[in-house]
Design a protein around this ligand. Sequence first.
Ligand SMILES: CC(C)(COP(=O)(O)OP(=O)(O)OC[C@H]1O[C@@H](n2cnc3c(N)ncnc32)[C@H](O)[C@@H]1OP(=O)(O)O)[C@@H](O)C(=O)NCCC(=O)NCCS
Length: 183
Amino acid sequence: MSTTTTTDRTDPTARTVVAVSERLVLTRPREGDVGAVFAIHGDPETNRYNPHGPQRELVQAREMLDGFVADWVRDGVGYCAVATREDPGTVIGFAGLYLHTLDGERVFNLYYRFRPSAWGLGYAAEAARAAMAEALPRHPGVPVVALIHADNLPSRRLAERLGLVADPDGRTDEEDRVIHRMA
Ligand SMILES: CC(C)(COP(=O)(O)OP(=O)(O)OC[C@H]1O[C@@H](n2cnc3c(N)ncnc32)[C@H](O)[C@@H]1OP(=O)(O)O)[C@@H](O)C(=O)NCCC(=O)NCCS
């Protein structure tokens, strides 16, 4: 699906739509999402496997959001804010692809983090598929990887459902996360 711009300077609720799926709408993160970034990344439950732990201060969420926004400006692709089509004003998670260099190779990092109230519904899988369907045809040949702690089984299960496989040699990154890669 091509990127649709619904941004309207006069409408503070308008968002730039990246993709729409059966139940979800993915949009570019924007300035006003700092509360949602903090709610999701400051929750100990969503960071159980994150060695850095949850964000503690709003300024950390602000820095992360600034990075998300900058990725879109620089690369025309990045992580998305995810809401349901039923309630498009409430961000329930962040998911998508970030272009970066891993071991000297240009790759897409696949990311998903959702409010616990949105787990177990298949939303993360649906959002990840929609983000990949939108971005991958625009960047042919760029492989998709996900860096996941070995004990983060919900995330690893999801990565596998999406077609990624754990590195057969158990390769990890500098934070000891297992490198999963699109088969
Ligand atoms: C990783 C994470 C996004 C996975 O969320 P999730 O809800 O388990 O994943 P999905 O959205 O794909 O949901 C799949 C589950 O919903 C169930 N489900 C219910 N309705 C469904 C539907 N309509 N379609 C698909 N699955 C559905 C599936 O049976 C599946 O359950 P199972 O895993 O017990 O088999 C979530 O645990 C999370 O945000 N964790 C914290 C952040 C994190 O660790 N991120 C990864 C960093 S590497």
